[in-house]
Design a protein around this ligand. Structure first.
Ligand SMILES: *Cc1c(COP(=O)(O)O)cnc(C)c1O
Length: 383
């Protein structure tokens, strides 16, 4: 077998020496107050959608991300869905995004009966390309009083949702500038980017709204969970209202003023979140150490480790390598899994999936290039 692969596998086995069997891509770590706070939540009987940990988690999350309002919900996908709805996406609208992303990005758009438009990413950031965005809008955008419309489909382009791949933040400032010009609200899919910064500003603070995920494989976890973040007090209040069945506050009456969702994060999950967030700096530091070990290893072998793009302070969520072609990628994955090292390829491009095959897209040149070559390598923090 390829010597470079062998070198990497033996590094991985050594780094995770306590793993006797399979080594998965990214595992959660619990070394803080998780059990204490969960026990406290159970003892209090407030395990569901009301409780002090939900409020505390939101408050601490806003402090950490330097955002005005945070609203905790059941998962990252529902956070995206609510952001889209509150930014005005309606049935029949279209939303600009990338095809190089996890399916949740497009699914959230579909839940509103809107349709994604897939634009290309930049090679160096793996994130939405401002050039692709600009080209698309100049060719198809039709700016009218009530929004920007798509000359090809006649539909309204109601939002733009870039995604911060593996915690890398692409040229988000340029994207926001372009979208401002076309009156298109930006929603950041920051599911993977908690703790990342771009030009010193936190992920989630660039768009009108932003969504984070606390699934088990993310930087911090609540079991399952998500967060809606915004600097607008008004949107924050609306997010809280619509995710708690749009109930009008009253001591006993059931009065609702909208078709809301039951998307509130349970207190028991928020208890885990509070404990995880207390340790986020330690987790990020630990993950940075792994990345530096990888940097050293890959400087000696013939595989390219992807470096965080310019202007980024990265959260080191998932490391990835860029292989030479599809054939090498497939071989690498086959050998990895044969060795019990569960490296994973980047997602299949969304326009290749049946449900999204009819969506409008641009050349997708870079996305296709990256899909053939990018593989995530084991990135768990080790404590
Ligand atoms: C994880 C993830 C989500 C969705 O998060 P869930 O909490 O699993 O619903 C959305 N977008 C991206 C890019 C993700 O990686």
């Amino acid at each position: 077998m390829n010597n470079d692969f062998l070198n990497l596998f033996s590094f991985t086995r050594k780094y995770y020496e306590n793993y006797t069997k399979k080594i998965s891509l990214h595992e959660p770590v619990f070394f803080g107050n998780e059990k204490k706070y969960v026990n406290d939540a159970i003892d209090s009987t407030f395990v569901s959608s009301v409780g002090k940990y939900v409020d505390l988690f939101e408050k601490n999350f806003s402090e950490y991300t330097k955002s005005n309002k945070s609203v905790a919900v059941v998962n990252g996908t529902s956070a995206l869905q609510v952001c889209l709805r509150l930014c005005g996406v309606k049935s029949g609208d279209e939303v600009l995004t990338q095809s190089l992303t996890f399916i949740a990005t497009a699914n959230a758009i579909s839940y509103l009966n809107a349709k994604p438009i897939f634009l290309d990413v930049d090679i160096d950031t793996l994130g939405l390309s401002p050039k692709s965005l600009n080209d698309f809008l100049n060719e198809f955008g039709d700016k009218r009083q009530n929004g920007t419309f798509n000359k090809k489909t006649g539909k309204r382009i109601a939002a733009c949702m870039p995604m911060h791949t593996f915690g890398f933040i692409g040229r988000i400032d340029e994207i926001v500038t372009i979208c401002d010009d076309w009156n298109i609200p930006v929603i950041e899919d920051s599911a993977e980017a908690l703790g990342s910064k771009y030009k010193g500003k936190n992920a989630g603070s660039f768009g009108k709204m932003s969504a984070f995920s606390f699934n088990g494989n993310k930087i911090i976890t609540t079991g399952g969970g998500g967060m809606i973040v915004t600097n607008s007090d008004k949107l924050g209040l609306e997010a809280k209202h619509i995710t708690t069945t749009a109930k009008i506050s009253h001591k006993w009456e059931y009065d609702h003023d909208n078709v809301g969702y039951n998307f509130r994060m349970p207190n028991i999950n928020a208890a885990i979140g509070c404990a995880q967030l207390e340790n986020i700096e330690k987790i990020l530091h630990n993950k940075s150490l792994l990345h530096f070990e990888y940097q050293y290893l890959f400087s000696e072998i013939g595989i390219e480790l992807v470096k965080p793009p310019k202007n980024n302070t990265w959260n080191y969520w998932l490391n990835c390598v860029k292989l030479n072609d599809r054939r090498e990628r497939d071989l690498f994955l086959k050998e990895s899994h044969k060795n019990g090292i569960l490296n994973r390829p980047v997602w299949k491009l969304l326009f290749k999936l049946d449900m999204y095959s009819s969506c409008q897209k641009d050349s997708q040149k870079n996305s296709i290039f990256l899909e053939d070559r990018i593989v995530n390598i084991i990135s768990s923090a080790k404590f």
